[in-house]
Structure formats: structure tokens, C-alpha cells
Design a protein around this ligand. Structure first.
Ligand code: HEC
Length: 154
């Protein structure tokens, strides 16, 4: 199951290299923008499944929850190297200018998010829905906190 999810993620997007080696900042701004948006899209998808189970919109399945928590943990490492200087231009995107003008705060928001990830992974492994709900709530707050400040409206 884990392997299948991994293959699905790799087939859908050019993530295999990133997942199998250290994520490197991309050479061109367009690549960096596409990369971070792709990772965020996958985060939305895999975290969304956990959210669905936490809220009872999707039937709870402990093994699927564990897989998705693990994928979110992997993906959580990838986007933030792709907001480097010069990546505010090149393609349409929704990162606000504050990502660059308040880079320290942006990093704090990213760190706050990453700090919650081990709990999500542990909750996924535990197979305990109550733990998963708590961890999904805590991680979700850090996604929202960053988006409220740093992501432009559609
Ligand atoms: C530290 C800041 C930060 C955190 C934490 C963060 N995001 Fe984002 N996210 C952004 C920014 C900035 C963008 C806009 C990127 C762009 O357009 O280049 C974005 C874009 C997105 C998008 C839209 C992607 C697209 O282009 O269509 C989704 C979906 C998303 N994030 C989901 C999530 C989820 C789910 C989490 C938490 C599990 C999360 N993000 C955590 C900053 C963050």
C-alpha cells in the first residue's frame, strides 16, 4: 500500500528525485514555482484525506490514515526551499510579497508546521482515531496560520 501510494505520487508529479534524494533548490524560478505548487497540491490531497477521516466525511481506515500521514511527513520537507530569492516572478502564483519581505516570519511559520509533523506521523502509526483527530487539528492550524499571512486569495 505504501509503495503503491509512493508510485502514484511519483507518476503524477516529478517528485521521485526529490523524494529519493535531498531536495535541492531549483535552478530556474519557473521550476521552483511549479515545484512548490505541486508539493502543496499533494499536501492538500493527502492531508485532505486525513482531514476527511478526522471529520467523519471519509470512513476511517487505519492503514490508509497511516499511509497518508507518512506521505504528509515526506511532503512537509519539500516546499520551503523553493521560495528562494527571485522566485516571486516567473509564473503566476499565490505567494504574497511578505514571503520574501518577512522571510524570518515565513520560516517561523514553516518551522511551526514541521514541528507538528512527528505527532501526525506517530498518530498515523498508532491507528487511534482520537490521536489522529488531535494531530490533524494541530497541523491544520499551522497550514492555515501560514496561508492567512502568506498566501494570496484566489
Ligand atoms: C509556511 C507556510 C505554509 C505552510 C505551513 C503551508 N502552506 Fe500551503 N501554501 C503556502 C503558500 C505561500 C502557497 C502559495 C504558493 C504559490 O502559489 O507559489 C501555498 C499553496 C497551497 C496550496 C495551493 C497549491 C496550488 O498552487 O494550487 C495548497 C492546496 C496548500 N498550500 C495546502 C497546504 C496544506 C494542506 C498545508 C498543511 C498540511 C500547507 N499548505 C502548509 C504556504 C504554506
Amino acid at each position: 500500500m505504501k509503495r503503491q501510494l509512493m508510485i502514484a505520487a511519483c507518476a503524477a508529479l516529478p517528485l521521485c528525485v526529490a523524494l529519493s534524494s535531498q531536495a535541492q533548490p531549483q535552478a530556474r524560478p519557473e521550476q521552483a514555482i511549479k515545484y512548490r505548487q505541486s508539493v502543496m497540491t499533494l499536501l492538500g490531497s493527502h492531508f485532505g484525506r486525513l482531514g476527511g477521516m478526522a471529520q467523519g466525511r471519509i470512513p476511517f481506515d487505519a492503514s490508509v490514515a497511516a499511509d497518508n500521514a507518512q506521505l504528509v511527513a515526506m511532503l512537509s520537507k519539500l516546499p520551503f526551499n523553493s521560495f528562494g530569492p527571485g522566485t516571486d516572478k516567473g509564473l503566476p502564483h499565490r505567494a504574497k510579497p511578505e514571503v520574501w519581505s518577512e522571510a524570518g516570519k515565513f520560516k517561523e511559520a514553516a518551522d511551526a508546521f514541521q514541528a507538528e509533523i512527528p505527532k501526525l506521523e506517530a498518530a498515523g502509526k498508532s491507528g487511534d482515531l482520537a490521536q489522529i483527530k488531535a494531530a490533524v487539528g494541530a497541523v491544520g492550524k499551522t497550514c492555515k496560520a501560514c496561508h492567512d499571512t502568506f498566501q494570496a486569495e484566489k
